[in-house]
Design a protein around this ligand. Structure first.
Ligand code: FE2
Length: 429
């Protein structure tokens, strides 16, 4: 197999963000970040096949281009109808076609359709506040919705979130995954919002604010707002200073992400018939006080048992498995517990071209995390763990945090500690 590998230089990674253009994990004015931000430095993760591939969703998986949040119930929702549209691009300005967007938002009164939203504002029986869209051939998307209301939150005295729409974007690769929020121009609450202000670079913050758009405004019907989303570009195409775009700033998924993200939950990655050794993995997510994190989401990305990713960037000759896409998504419960089942992946080439130990790439999203945490799950007792390039980058005494434990019943246990004693290793991806 290794003789058939593409040369390493074809696996150019993705660009890293310019300093200040993405938030830090710890931002004390945003209180939820204090016990959830990792305290240990991130380990720089060189991009290999596991990072330049990623889950893809297409028209064939039933997704649609364009969505309308105002026609999901018997009657139209209350509020000011708006059209939100724009393009999803990479940093070189290339449109990303068939990128999948998940959007979710509060209703016009500033209330989420979510059991933990206790804001004393009316629910609207005609508004769910969720949509899923694929970009078209030009990277364009368009959402018809109502303008969300501002809402209070418990972060500090008289705290109000500026009106916003949450965006989750799947780009071409695991490395380009982005969750962010879109704001509205001229909102006086922006200046006082700890989440918006987590990002140091003012221009990067400003790009989270949509622009009023006459061209998208529909006469007699709805005002238009433009919001472009930029994902990291390939490292192989050097940018001249001052040219090109910069990847959109990440924002937290917040506590209400299930409205937008439940639809693509998948806890059983390998349906019957998919070849490989079956594994069941369970664990807990814990914060810096050892408390469970009940509002977090794990996304999983892995190769099949032959060590092949279901992604066009994986040009190995190993076979694909019909029905196995390598994508999973699970949320934690009230005790911070999660569980998923899959097959143990085969070894895939790493950043140096040498085979890596079998592993699952993991993104962790939560309230309090301004950007996802990236980590990896390795398998206990695998002899290849000792020679794995990425594990070798991790301080020896911390490597065990990335390796699941085998339980007597044959399942695997893997706990994730966000901060403090036993803190899990997280990567700068
Ligand atoms: Fe929100």
């Amino acid at each position: 197999m290794s003789g058939m590998q593409p040369p390493l230089q074809t696996l150019a990674g993705y660009r890293r963000p310019r300093a200040g253009t993405q938030p830090e994990y710890l931002h004390p004015p945003y209180k939820s970040s204090v016990k959830r931000a990792p305290a240990q430095p991130l380990v720089l993760l060189p991009h290999g096949l596991s990072e330049v591939t990623g889950p893809s969703f297409g028209l064939e998986s039933g997704e649609a281009v364009g969505c309308d949040l105002t026609r999901q119930h018997a009657s139209p929702p209350l509020g000011e109808r708006i059209v939100v549209g724009g393009r999803v691009l990479d940093e070189d300005g290339r449109p990303l076609r068939r990128a999948l967007l998940e959007v979710w938002q509060a209703n016009a009164a500033g209330r989420y359709r979510h059991e933990i939203d206790q804001h004393d504002a009316p629910l609207d029986p005609n508004f769910t506040g969720f949509g899923r869209i694929l970009t078209d051939d030009e990277g364009c998307y368009r959402v018809l919705t109502v303008r969300p209301g501002a809402y209070p939150w418990a972060n500090h005295h008289n705290a109000w979130r500026p009106a916003h729409i949450h965006f989750s974007v799947f780009g071409p690769a695991f490395a380009t995954r982005l969750v962010t929020q879109m704001y509205f121009p001229g909102d006086p609450l922006l200046a006082a919002d700890p989440i918006f202000n987590c990002t140091a670079d003012a221009a990067a913050r400003g790009r989270l604010v949509s622009s009023f758009d006459w061209d998208a405004t529909v006469p007699g019907f709805a005002l238009g707002y433009r919001f472009d989303v930029v994902l990291a570009g390939r490292d192989a195409t050097p940018l001249e200073p001052g040219h090109g775009l910069e990847a959109t700033t990440s924002q937290t998924v917040g506590p209400f992400f299930s409205i937008g993200m439940d639809g693509l939950k998948l806890a059983d990655l390998a349906p019957p018939g998919v070849g490989g050794e079956r594994v069941s993995v369970g664990g807990r997510i814990l914060d810096g006080d050892g408390q469970p994190v009940p509002d977090s989401l794990l996304e999983l990305w892995q190769a099949n048992a032959h060590g092949r990713y279901a992604h066009p960037a994986d040009t190995q000759e190993a076979p694909l498995e019909p029905g196995f896409h390598g994508y999973g998504r699970v949320a934690t419960d009230a005790d911070g517990r999660f569980r998923f089942s899959t097959i143990k992946p085969g070894p895939v080439p790493g950043p140096t071209g040498a085979p890596q130990a079998p592993h699952i790439a993991v993104s962790l999203f939560a309230r309090g995390l301004m950007k996802r945490l990236v980590t990896r799950l390795y398998f206990p007792g695998d002899p290849r763990n000792g020679s794995d390039h990425v594990l070798g980058l991790v301080p020896r005494e911390r490597r065990a945090t990335l390796v699941a434990a085998a339980l007597e019943d044959g399942s695997l246990e893997w706990n994730v500690v966000l901060q403090g004693t036993g803190e899990t290793v997280f990567f700068d991806c």
